[in-house]
Ligand binder design. Structure first.
Ligand code: C5P
Ligand code: C5P
Ligand code: C5P
Ligand code: ZN
Length: 507
């Protein structure tokens, strides 16, 4: 039986079989959109396999967090969307008999960056695309790895269990589960939609779409009836934003007289032959007919062309949209990009429980709470981006950096840095390094690059890991986006080391 990503099938099967031997599983995951969707996929799959489990979330899987996990009674721990970067520490606890780790992750393993510790750091049940020649920053996310595991769990638990007794149908029922498209629950293919939300949340789409193993998961989701894909405008907010706001806030490609221009966006729409309001409410992109969408998109492109926006930029206005077809039109949940932002708005504010509940189908209380958190998250992102753009960055030879102190929350400073890249005075030709206070003793670092820089040799995971360890901290992540924790006061020495290392990589 092959899974969605054939290279990973054998390892996924081994991991699944090990989980099925457990009496209970502690599921530990990361606090962002990818971590939440990873946890939701794993939770559903464990539940369907009849395995009791408990879920915990960690901001950072540091030594203390791993020690706390080891101190629980669980003999089997499933790590999703982290674990690989901490294999050495996890391995010590495993060797001491604390627990058996099963890991579904896509971050650079401690062994690959080579700096963190010596030989022998791997573990038997380690599912990571990077071990099988698949790119963990662009081809498979933590949620994707969890999905591959979930598919293997369905197959393995099927083979494991007695044939169902025909009289009662043999199938489990679960209220929250009941609206999943029929026939896809047994093999977990309905979970592909969450895997796509995780990949989009980790910004794995490039050139407007998902690639590689991610694309295979998309195909399974389409097959299973939980996803629809199509070429569409690539603006953020197609489901929920009123049309004028959709255009005004569209800034990835700057359209003169529309982007960042409230009056301009309104005048642009007024100039089109289009019904703009219904029942006194602004219409949204998701409610337009195909013809109406065409009208707006063509006019936008014409405007961009007439204002001299380069063709390569104009192309970026269009991309593949990933639509969760089981979710209601006009909600954040229907668009993979909006869904992932909604999740970040919960987990990055210590409310992972809310995001997880939304992923698991709670459409009432949890969704309303998530929406409230989303309003704050948006405000924080926008004021963070304003702050960085207004105050500017310090430009070194090979990198640029800023220190937000306590003015940007450490859990979102990386998102802010990534979104600020390309704004006035913040060039996309150098990676950006951002600092924010964690507590009195420690500073959080986030770094973001571009795919163009990665093609020239940039690997921020290796850079942040090595530079952080040089000043008594630790870090890791992906080539294009990485993070670290360093002691307060070590920032200058850290930046200097980062600058040197990036210089070596890009030379
Ligand atoms: O821990 P994790 O893998 O989930 O985080 C990935 C982070 O990298 C996300 O915050 C995502 O926004 C960022 N990223 C980025 N640019 C990319 C790819 C990922 O900023 N091209
Ligand atoms: O939408 P995109 O994939 O570029 O997301 C980058 C990050 O910024 C996401 O975490 C999303 O939450 C957020 N975002 C936003 N408003 C926008 C664009 C992006 O909140 N207009
Ligand atoms: O926190 P931030 O969004 O900047 O994280 C970027 C990437 O670096 C994420 O994939 C995160 O998991 C990783 N990271 C890490 N070690 C840290 C901090 C972040 O591997 N100490
Ligand atoms: Zn991830």
């Amino acid at each position: 039986m092959t899974g969605p990503v054939p290279e990973l099938t054998d390892r996924a099967t081994a991991c699944a079989e090990r989980l099925l031997e457990a009496d209970g599983v502690l599921l530990a995951s990361h606090i962002d959109a990818d971590g939440l969707t990873s946890a939701a996929i794993a939770a559903r799959a464990l539940e369907r396999a009849g395995l009791p489990f408990e879920t915990v979330f960690e901001k950072q899987l540091d030594d203390a967090a791993i020690a706390a996990i080891a101190a629980t009674d669980y003999d089997t721990v499933l790590f999703t969307d982290f674990g690989s970067g901490q294999l050495d520490v996890i391995r010590e606890h495993e060797d001491a008999g604390a627990f058996t780790p099963v890991i579904a992750d896509h971050h650079q393993p401690a062994t690959i960056d080579g700096q963190r510790s010596s030989s022998r750091v791997d573990t038997e049940y380690h599912l990571n695309p990077l071990l099988f020649g698949i790119d963990g920053s662009s081809e498979l996310s933590g949620a994707g790895a969890s999905y591959v595991l979930a598919r293997a769990l369905a197959t393995a638990s099927d083979a494991d269990s007695e044939p169902p007794i025909a009289t009662d149908g043999g199938a489990e029922t679960d209220a929250a589960d009941a609206d999943a498209p029929s026939g896809t629950r047994a093999d977990n293919r309905d979970l592909a939609a969450l895997a796509v939300v995780g990949a989009v949340g980790d910004m794995q789409a490039s050139g407007g779409e998902l690639h590689g193993a991610n694309a295979k998961i998309v195909a399974e989701g389409v097959d299973a009836g939980v996803l629809e894909t199509g070429t569409d405008l690539s603006l953020y907010g197609k489901q929920t934003r009123p049309l004028p706001k959709l255009l005004e806030y569209a800034t990835d490609v700057h359209i003169p007289g529309v982007s960042n221009d409230e009056g301009g966006a309104l005048r642009f729409l007024d100039g089109l032959d289009l019904e703009l309001k219904r029942d006194g409410e602004w219409r949204r992109w998701s409610g337009l007919t195909a013809d109406e969408k065409q009208t707006v998109a063509s006019a936008l492109v014409r405007r961009a062309v007439s204002k001299g926006v380069p063709a390569s930029k104009i192309e970026q206005l269009v991309g593949t949209a990933y639509v969760l077809s089981a979710e209601p039109v006009g909600t954040e949940l229907r668009d993979a990009s909006e869904f992932s932002t909604l999740l970040n708005a919960t987990a990055r504010y210590e409310r992972a429980d809310v995001g997880l509940a939304v992923c698991l189908g709670d459409r009432d209380g949890a969704l309303e709470r998530a929406r409230t958190l989303l309003r704050d998250h948006r405000r924080n992102l926008s004021s963070g981006i304003d702050l960085v753009t207004r105050e500017g960055v310090t430009v070194e030879e090979h990198v640029q950096w800023f220190h937000a102190g306590d003015r940007i929350r450490e859990t979102i400073v990386g998102i802010v840095a990534g979104m600020a890249l390309g704004n006035d005075g913040i060039s996309r030709s150098k990676p950006i390094v951002a600092f924010a206070d964690k507590d009195d003793d420690e500073v959080k670092v986030s770094a973001r690059g571009t795919h163009a820089l990665v093609r020239r040799g940039l690997d921020l995971s290796a850079v942040l890991g090595e530079a952080a360890r040089a000043v008594g901290g630790d870090g890791g992540g992906h080539d294009v986006a990485a993070g670290a924790t360093v002691p307060a006061g070590a920032e200058a020495a850290f930046v200097e080391r980062v600058d040197e290392l990036v210089g070596e990589q890009l030379s």
